[in-house]
Design a protein around this ligand. Structure first.
Ligand code: P6P
Length: 314
């Protein structure tokens, strides 16, 4: 039967990654091996998180390392892989973003980005202090009612859902495109007292539109992966602005802002820091923060206009 035929022709993330690799005949497969290790890590975290409380996550010691530098939100210093196991890629990641939400069952996630080393000599921090434009791939895995992995390797965005009976991620959201405009704004209104002018003006516009349109809905989960995933699928804007207490906002450039900005642009949206296109940022420190406004193209365009108008008045 037609339905059964589809069931046997499952597009798994493994097949998807290998299909991508076949588009680069010169590649030796290191990138596919790296992605498959990241996918394995996400499956491991998914099973641990689903045990309603994290057992101590022991490291997944991979035999063949194909990366040379690892930057994790959990580690103050970058991790340099030992020379014998060194590859040509660098991975920046937040292994469990939003982990303060675990106890109340709110969706949390892993966020990652992949760079190619600048040159194949001794790796240095410069290999990860690259602009977001240089990222080769980015993605997140959301641990919620289902385990969903959203990935881009530079030619669009695809979503995969873990089928626990197979232990495989199956392609469920092919070629995700974010709606050009949305009806949702997502920000922690509790910081409103300390917002800068353009942010306050934009949120005011969302709540009391002057053009007679209906107000936007506020949705804020306080877990970046969940807020961004909803924004990607339903449209709208997600913001973590700067404020008087945190002049660079709260979210980290390398493993929160860049990967989510990469995905948004690949899905037809955009991502802005209040000053510039987020992916144009060049980080100077591995745990640097930046304000962020990302989501539907037209919604971000509106807040950009308010920031640029405020610049002009200075
Ligand atoms: P606030 C979670 O702690 C996190 O890093 C992101 O996942 C989330 O978007 C943000 O912080 C929430 O921060 O200040 O609104 O609680």
């Amino acid at each position: 039967h037609e339905a059964d035929a589809h069931r046997t022709d499952l597009m798994t993330i493994t097949r998807f990654v290998l299909n991508e690799q076949s588009k680069h005949p010169e590649s030796r497969g290191d990138f596919s091996i790296l992605l498959s290790h990241i996918v394995l890590g996400c499956k491991f975290v998914c099973s641990a998180v689903n045990k309603a409380g994290l057992a101590k996550l022991i490291g997944l010691a991979g035999e063949t390392n194909v990366q040379c530098i690892l930057v994790s939100e959990e580690d103050e210093e970058a991790i340099f892989v030992e020379p014998s196991k060194r590859g040509k890629y660098c991975v920046v990641f937040d292994p469990l973003d939003g982990s303060s939400n675990i106890d109340c069952g709110v969706s949390i996630g892993t966020i990652f980005g992949i760079y190619m080393m600048k040159d194949s000599h001794e790796p240095t921090l410069d290999d990860v202090l690259q602009p977001g434009n240089n990222m080769l791939a980015a993605g997140y895995c959301m641990y919620g009612s289902s385990c969903t992995l959203v990935l881009s390797t530079g030619s669009g965005v695809n979503g995969f859902t873990l089928d626990p009976s197979l232990g495989e991620f199956i392609l469920t959201h092919p070629d995700i495109k974010i709606p050009k405009k949305g009806k949702i704004y997502s920000v922690n209104e509790g910081n409103a007292k300390n917002w800068d002018g353009p942010t306050a003006k934009y949120v005011e516009k969302c709540k009391f539109p002057k053009d007679g349109s209906s107000p936007k809905s506020l949705r804020y989960i306080g877990s970046m992966v969940a807020d961004v995933h909803r924004t990607l699928l339903y449209g709208g804007i997600f913001m973590y602005p700067r404020d008087k207490k945190s002049p660079n906002g709260k979210l980290r450039v390398l493993y929160e802002v860049f990967p989510m900005s990469f995905l948004m642009e690949q899905a037809g949206g955009q991502s802005f820091t209040g000053k510039q296109r987020a992916l144009d940022l060049v980080p100077k420190k591995i745990h640097e923060r930046s304000p962020i406004f990302l989501g539907s193209y037209d919604d971000v365009e509106e807040i950009k206009a308010l920031f640029y108008a405020a610049e002009e008045k200075k």
